[in-house]
Each structure stands twice: as C-alpha cells, then as structure tokens.
Design a protein around this ligand. Structure first.
Ligand SMILES: Nc1ncnc2c1ncn2[C@@H]1O[C@H](COP(=O)(O)OP(=O)(O)OP(=O)(O)O)[C@@H](O)[C@H]1O
Ligand SMILES: [Mg+2]
Length: 224
C-alpha cells in the first residue's frame, strides 16, 4: 500500500457576507491522497475550488477540521513553506525580470538552499524534460503562454515535491496548447511519481486522474 500523503478531515469554510451574516462555502470536506495518486476537483466558478486548494496547502485558513501532510498538521501562518508541496497557478506567476533558469531556481533560494552545480544541473534537466532548454537564458516576456506555463511546471518540480497543487494550470491557454501542457504535466508527474490535485474545468483531464470530484453547493461529490 502506498503511503498516505495528505488527509483533510471535516473541513468547513465560511466567508463573511455582511457584518452579521456568514455564508458557508463548503462543509465536512474529507480528502485523502496517497503517494503517486492523482486527483481532480471540478465545479462551477465560485464553488470554492481555489479556496479549498489553498487551504490544503496552508495558504488559506479553514474554520473547522484538520489537514495533515506527511504526519504534519497544516495551519496557515505556521507553515509558510511546507516542504514537499508545490503549486502551479493559472497565471503562471513568473518573475519577469529573471531568466527562465533563474525562475526555476526561485524555490531553492526561497528555502535558503545553496544554488550549486548539482542544483543547476537539476534545473537544466527539468528544462530539457519540458522542451525549454533553448529558452534558459531568456526573459519570460519573450515566451508564449504555453511556454510560460511549462516554466511554472518546471519551477514546481524544482524541490522534488511529493504533492503538487495545481489551480487551473491550463485555464488561460487555447484548447490545443491546453491539451499538450496537461499531457506533459501528467507524464512528468508519472515519471517522478509525484501526486497532484488538479483544479480544472476540463472534464477530460479530470477523467484521467485516479479520483475525480465535483464541488457542488458546498459538498465534494465523487465522480470517479
Ligand atoms: N476573502 C474572501 N472573502 C469573501 N469571499 C471570498 C473570499 N475569497 C473567496 N471568496 C468567495 O468564495 C467563493 C469561492 O471562491 P473561489 O475563488 O474559491 O472559487 P473557484 O471555485 O475557484 O472559482 P473559479 O472557477 O472562478 O476560479 C466566491 O464566491 C468568492 O467570491
Ligand atoms: Mg479558482
């Protein structure tokens, strides 16, 4: 049996809708994802997918329930950089002043690790894997949307994460590019045995994961 990586138990999230009222975004959400497993979360815009994904990684508070990653409780603020979890976002969030290679090295620098030859070699391996070698020393503004998202994928793999939280990583791309990037992401996750939770509006991508859920009216419903 594969090791359980992340468990979420009875998560509930409220937001203030007026001074006196609060609305429940979702309630009693349970999630379990094991090593090498993949999961997709679909749902209408505003259903709370991003909020849930951020909560799972400790970037957003929950109002009740617990989240545990590799036997470590996750709270917002207490874990600013959870070792073993990486993110990919819809809008890439690359640093425009830095080259493609330097963008990959950001997590290493943020974690206070030394950028030695071994680290640089790993970054070049990832760039090669993602077909980005020739762009290594270019600035992000010289790349297309699909190429920029590949850089963001490379950056996510830089610290050898055990789990990637991906929030609509192909949401800003045209259909063909979106398909190419999603397949590239799935295959690199498989190659490195990296688990992932993918928030997507694309049901075809969701069907390719091990566990496919829909977030509807505050409940997480299993579709596969
Ligand atoms: N800080 C906040 N305060 C109040 N309401 C919020 C806050 N953050 C998000 N919301 C509300 O919570 C709901 C869910 O937002 P969320 O971004 O999680 O949706 P989503 O499912 O990711 O949507 P999309 O598919 O458009 O990205 C929305 O109605 C949003 O307005
Ligand atoms: Mg969202």
């Amino acid at each position: 049996m594969n090791e359980v990586l992340l468990t979420a138990d009875k998560l509930t999230k409220f937001f203030a809708s007026s001074k006196t009222e609060r609305f429940c975004l979702w309630h009693d959400i349970d999630i379990e994802i094991s090593e090498g497993e993949s999961m997709a979360i679909c749902g209408e815009s505003g259903s709370g997918k991003s909020t849930l994904l951020f909560a799972l990684g400790g970037l957003e508070d929950v109002d009740s329930g617990t989240i545990c990653f590799c036997n470590q409780m996750i709270y917002r603020h207490s874990n600013p950089h959870i070792s073993g979890i990486s993110y990919i976002f819809q809008h890439y969030y690359l640093i425009e002043e830095l080259s493609v290679l330097e963008n990959l090295l950001i997590p290493v620098r943020v974690m206070g690790k030394k950028v030695d030859a071994c680290v640089k070699n790993w970054a070049h391996c990832l760039l090669l894997e993602l077909g980005l070698e020739k762009f290594s020393y270019q600035l992000p503004k010289t790349l297309s949307g699909g190429e920029r998202q590949r850089v963001a994928i490379g950056r996510a793999f830089m610290m050898n994460p055990r789990l990637i939280l991906a929030d609509e990583p192909t949401g800003s791309l045209d259909e063909q590019t979106s398909l190419r990037i999603a397949q590239m992401f799935f295959s690199i996750c498989q190659k490195f045995k990296t688990s992932f939770i993918l928030v997507t509006h694309n049901e075809n991508f969701a069907m390719q994961t091990n566990k496919y859920y829909r977030l509807e009216q505050g409940e997480l419903k299993r579709c596969k």
